[in-house]
Design a protein around this ligand. Structure first.
Ligand code: IMP
Length: 426
């Protein structure tokens, strides 16, 4: 049986969590998202057709697996509606038996999206590069105790009161910034319709998860974004507005720390980031272009080209520590095939080997070169099939970051997922 596992990204997101969650969800009774919103994105293939999901976990394709949007998630109900429609149109039912939405999750309003864009605009050269989905302003209102929750969508009086309050705070900021305020009453009616549709799926997610675990079931907690986009531990202010580290699974789903057995860190064989902010091992020029093309590094949510760079051992080691990672899954190893030598960052100059700088802006990466491998890895079906230099690269990462690599991915297909044992072998 699968233990209770949290899956998190160890870099800046887009490490390929979806694929690993997909593999593990075959053995889970529930898959829970605990933070973020539709700023995330992963692509599913249903009957040969691609669907990009931003909110629903990929477990939604498995009838035996309950998908949960926890209280820590921020929900754009219009986006959720479209995802449900897209799946149902392809014969995947999304009903109360498959999806549970926490009544306590916060709701993204149209004015949150407007404010997100206006604030970005006002930042001029210091833009964060947000996804423009209203994530930051919605979390801001949550913490300011001025938000709208899913439970409010179920009741006209509460929704009216909450939306009126939002219009007099966020709405004012939008108007001051020159934005066109949508009609309050129209938004109330639209959101009540969302509430009616979601009503059967809304519930006490923490209570349901407790009962699943008490009955011997297992829960998979699916993180979104990555460790260094965490609002506390990331490259502030160039971060997202939620806690993305494994500890956030507890607050964002409503389980205690003792409920978590394993933390899987997803790590890309090199590094990418979307949006602004420090990125010590970034490579520009032709080499950067080559990495982007080889790895098809374009955002699933915004389509933006991702910034690319070499593997950064101090960064991932810090992520292993911040998340309490017990096992790593290494993705996109195939992308590095063909390099004669693979540069890797072994430490930041100025810091001692074990040190972590107070700001990543100060990090001066120092590199080593590891031997490359010429052959394509796409047809490898077991870890032992990998060329020796490639296995040595994996062993070097394990040693440098302090956690075992239990799974290696060498392509998008399920058969290109090489399991070495541990958690994934069950
Ligand atoms: P926000 O989450 O839309 O506020 O964007 C804040 C920062 O996080 C920006 O740099 C985004 O590009 C980045 N970001 C948000 N979600 C993701 C994700 O799922 N993958 C990678 N980067 C993300």
């Amino acid at each position: 049986m699968l233990p209770n596992v949290v899956v998190v990204g160890t870099q800046w997101g887009d490490e390929g969590k979806g694929k690993v969650v997909d593999v593990l969800s075959t053995r889970a009774d529930a898959v829970v998202r605990f933070q973020g919103g539709n700023n995330a994105g992963h692509t599913l293939v249903v009957d040969g057709e691609k669907i990009v999901l931003h909110l629903l976990p990929s477990g939604i394709l498995r009838p035996a697996c309950l998908c949960v949007l926890g209280n820590g998630v921020v929900i754009d109900p219009g986006v959720l509606w479209k995802e449900i429609d897209a799946l149902e149109a392809r014969g995947v039912p999304v009903d109360a038996g498959r999806l549970l939405v926490s009544a306590r999750a916060h709701v993204i309003l149209p004015i949150h999206k407007q404010l997100d864009l206006l604030r970005e605009d006002a930042r001029g050269d210091a833009k964060i590069g947000t996804t423009g989905r209203g994530i930051g302003p919605t979390y801001g209102d949550k913490v300011a105790r001025a938000g709208v929750r899913v439970v409010d969508l179920l009741d006209r009086a509460s929704l009216t009161e909450r939306i009126r309050a939002a219009w007099s705070s966020v709405g004012r900021a939008v108007a001051d910034g020159g934005g066109d305020l949508p009609d309050q009453d129209a938004v109330i009616e639209e959101y009540l319709v969302y509430g009616d549709r979601l009503r059967p799926m809304v519930g006490d997610a923490a209570g349901v998860l407790y009962r699943i675990r008490a009955g011997g079931g297992s829960v998979l907690f699916e993180g979104a974004q990555g460790t260094f986009l965490d609002v506390d531990h990331g490259t502030y202010p160039y971060v997202t507005s939620s806690n993305t580290v494994a500890g956030a699974a507890c607050t964002g789903a409503g389980v205690g720390p003792t409920a978590i057995d394993e933390v899987v860190g997803i790590v890309k064989a090199y590094t990418t980031r979307v949006g602004s902010g420090p990125f010590p091992t970034e490579v520009g020029g032709e080499t950067g272009e080559w990495l982007r093309a080889a790895g098809a590094e374009y955002g699933a949510t915004t389509g933006r080209p991702r910034r690319c760079g070499w593997f950064d051992a101090p960064l991932v080691r810090q992520a292993v520590r911040l998340n309490g990672v017990t096992r790593l899954a290494l993705t996109k190893l195939d992308v590095l095939s063909g390099l004669a030598e693979v540069p890797v960052c072994v430490r930041y100059g100025g810091a001692d080997v074990d040190g972590w700088p107070l700001s990543l802006e100060q990090a001066r990466p120092e590199y080593a070169s590891l031997p490359g491998w010429g052959v394509d890895l796409g047809s490898c079906r077991s870890f032992e099939d990998l060329p020796e230099a490639c296995r040595a690269y994996v062993a070097w990462i394990e040693e440098a970051v302090g956690a075992p690599v239990d799974l290696v991915s060498v392509g998008p297909g399920r058969e290109q997922t090489l399991v070495r044992g541990g958690l994934f072998a069950g």
